[in-house]
Design a binder for this molecule. Structure first.
Ligand SMILES: *[C@@H]1O[C@H](CO)[C@@H](O)[C@H](O)[C@H]1NC(C)=O
Ligand SMILES: *[C@@H]1O[C@H](CO)[C@@H](O)[C@H](O)[C@H]1NC(C)=O
Ligand SMILES: *[C@@H]1O[C@H](CO)[C@@H](O)[C@H](O)[C@H]1NC(C)=O
Ligand SMILES: *[C@@H]1O[C@H](CO)[C@@H](O)[C@H](O)[C@H]1NC(C)=O
Ligand SMILES: *[C@@H]1O[C@H](CO)[C@@H](O)[C@H](O)[C@H]1NC(C)=O
Length: 579
């Protein structure tokens, strides 16, 4: 193997103009060559920028995208990520690496995996960790080879006594999976291997995302020894009209309780989750189902919807996610990339792009029909000043400021009771069945019967800017429908941002239960959880007036009926040690 310094500089020259002269095989992402910034121009003020997050994971500078190979090894959490060491746009991709003891504070290390072989010389793309019996981690990742084919490679730690695993070596005979004329795999659509799992026949199995025309595929490979992999007769699963499946993730969940399971776990009380990231819409959708480990087939449960209108981890900016089993705490933890919503010029100017959402615990809801997600408990360590309200009525058309916390870097939780006002709800019309469209039609400024009520985050003094996260209640076939929205239409006076409003119907019954809403607010991101984790929306926002200590936070009710706040807790959030 070449030394890192030689390989890295070689990589930069090689990859900078990837995309030129590519005919049959296309790289799936653009390279903005003319925007490539050089390390020299980064200013010292980088960390003091208004939009730079205080407790979300990001490296000191530059572009990041997919989470890679998360795992825990000898009590140390490892996080790898797609990283451009040369600029704030996609390109020159290597695996950045950081470690942590609490998933909150991080120590950066040098890149773990970078182009150095024929099989990855044009890029080291996403992949996953598998811990072999006995504890040795193995990393499967996508390499872009010298002919620009996507292939799957194997890497392993050099020194297993080093808990930080700073040195990685590659299998000499990479690639371990490749497209051939015989297997007819599309060499431009073959990427992002999952964590592998062991079947009853003691063979390893792994999925790789792909497509045939519009058919999305989770291609299955099997291996006895983790080095020699053979293509299975058929994919584990596929779905029409979904396009390429990126970053597939396949894992078991317990039907009872929130404990996580090792990826190889099986049993009667176990269901399976298959998640795919849809390149065409940039959404992570999942289904819940059963897995036949003998036939090697996955069957989504009745009623599960494949594709963009199916269940999603997050109905906002959240993509290319990946879970891992945290054997230290017996939980399954989800990482996901929260892309910027600003334009490329602004990204280059601020010198960085992309953050990771706060890691989330995921488990099966007791209905069995969806997952629940909640920020990992450890994040509560950062809670500072607390504000607590007694129960109070919030009249229609009113708002209350939440003072006493740093509104731009906060954690806020509230419970709403509306059962006394349910006769005021509007009827849901058929043309409003698409929740995202409904949220953008009925923004926070459109008064309804019951709702909108929720938070105004990143609000400026005069409300010239705010990001509203709220509920609206509708009646539909004698039942109630709870709509959750994150409205970006007023987030920023800067018109060059993606201001798409997000929305989802949450499976809650306002006649019988409180509606809970929690937001993690962090300078240019707000992650909002409703119904105890039944629905999540992440938004990226860049206010021009509501910045730093000018940011305000409100609870608002712009409906015509009153709502009761049953509790409100808010905390200032301290800065985490990240870069
Ligand atoms: C392996 O890591 C251990 C623990 O950090 C260290 O003491 C040892 O010197 C390392 N071995 C080599 C060959 O680098
Ligand atoms: C192969 O993959 C590329 C990239 O996703 C796509 O443009 C092309 O249409 C695919 N070919 C087929 C036959 O699916
Ligand atoms: C990232 O954000 C930019 C700007 O909003 C958008 O053009 C792009 O499609 C996004 N990509 C993903 C993967 O979300
Ligand atoms: C509440 O509704 C009124 C009337 O539509 C509107 O002027 C005001 O901006 C709304 N408030 C918020 C916070 O959107
Ligand atoms: C949202 O973005 C679009 C496209 O850039 C722009 O035309 C529109 O004015 C923006 N809407 C608001 C409310 O800022």
């Amino acid at each position: 193997m070449a030394s890192p310094s030689i390989s890295l500089s070689f990589l930069f020259i090689c990859v900078l103009f990837l995309g030129k002269g590519v005919h049959q095989l296309e790289a799936s992402h653009h390279i903005f060559a003319r925007y490539q910034t050089s390390p020299k121009i980064f200013h010292k003020s980088l960390i003091n920028q208004a939009y730079r997050t205080g407790y979300h994971f990001q490296p000191p500078k530059n572009w990041i995208n997919d989470p890679n190979g998360p795992m825990v090894y000898k009590g140390i959490y490892h996080f790898f990520y797609q990283y451009n060491p040369k600029g704030a746009v996609w390109g020159n991709i290597v695996w950045g690496h950081s470690t942590s003891t609490d998933l909150v504070n991080w120590t950066p290390h040098k890149p773990a995996i970078f182009p150095s072989q024929q099989a990855d010389i044009k890029g080291c793309w996403s992949g996953s960790a598998t811990i072999l019996p006995g504890g040795k981690p193995m990393m499967l990742y996508t390499g872009v080879d010298s002919q620009l084919r996507q292939v799957q490679n194997l890497a392993m730690p050099k020194n297993l006594s080093d808990p930080y695993l700073t040195e990685w070596i590659k299998y000499r005979k990479n690639p371990v999976m490749a497209p051939t004329p015989k297997n007819k795999i599309n060499a431009s659509a073959f990427r992002d291997p999952t964590t592998a799992w062991l079947g009853p026949d003691k063979m390893w199995r792994v999925l790789v995302g792909s497509r045939v025309n519009k058919l999305g595929l989770a291609i299955l490979y099997k291996s006895k020894d983790f080095e020699h992999w053979t293509l299975a007769e058929k994919p584990l699963h596929s779905a029409e009209a979904t396009g390429i499946w990126e970053c597939p993730d396949f894992f078991p969940v317990k039907i009872d309780g929130n404990k996580g399971l090792d990826t190889s776990a099986r049993g009667k009380k176990v269901k399976y989750v298959l998640k795919n990231s849809l390149d065409e819409t940039k959404h992570d959708y999942y289904t819940i189902g059963t897995y036949d480990a003998v036939k090697d087939e996955y069957f989504p449960d009745k009623g599960m919807i494949e594709g963009d209108s199916g269940l999603r981890y997050d109905y906002g900016k959240f993509y290319a996610s990946k879970t891992f089993f945290d054997s230290e705490k017996q939980r399954r933890v989800l990482w996901g990339w929260a892309n910027e919503s600003s334009n490329v010029k602004d990204d280059v100017q601020k010198g960085w792009a992309g953050v990771q959402a706060i890691p989330r615990n995921v488990w099966l809801d007791k209905s069995g029909k969806q997952l629940l997600q909640w920020p990992i408990k450890e994040i509560e360590k950062l809670r500072g000043n607390q504000v607590k309200w007694p129960s109070k009525i919030l009249e229609g058309g009113s708002k209350l400021e939440v003072t006493g916390v740093t509104a731009g870097q906060a954690d806020i939780e509230v419970g709403f009771e509306v059962s006394h006002e349910l006769e005021k709800v509007e009827v849901l019309k058929e043309k409003w069945y698409n929740p995202q469209l409904l949220c953008s039609k009925k923004s926070a400024s459109v008064r309804g019967g019951l709702g909108p009520f929720g938070f105004l985050t990143f609000a400026s003094n005069t409300l010239s800017e705010y990001t509203a996260i709220f509920f609206r209640i509708y009646k539909h076939h004698k039942k109630h429908k709870v709509l959750m929205c994150s409205d970006q239409s007023r987030s920023s006076l800067n018109k060059y941002n993606d201001n798409t409003t997000y929305g989802v119907f949450v499976d809650l019954d306002p006649a019988r239960e409180q509606l809970s809403l929690k937001s993690l607010i962090d300078r240019s991101i707000v992650e909002s959880f409703s119904g105890g984790g039944k629905a999540v929306i992440t938004s990226r926002v860049y206010p021009t007036q509501a910045i730093d200590n000018q940011i305000k936070l409100f609870v608002f009710n712009n409906g015509t009926s009153s709502v009761k706040i049953t509790y409100l807790n808010a905390w200032s959030m301290k800065k985490a040690q990240i870069s």
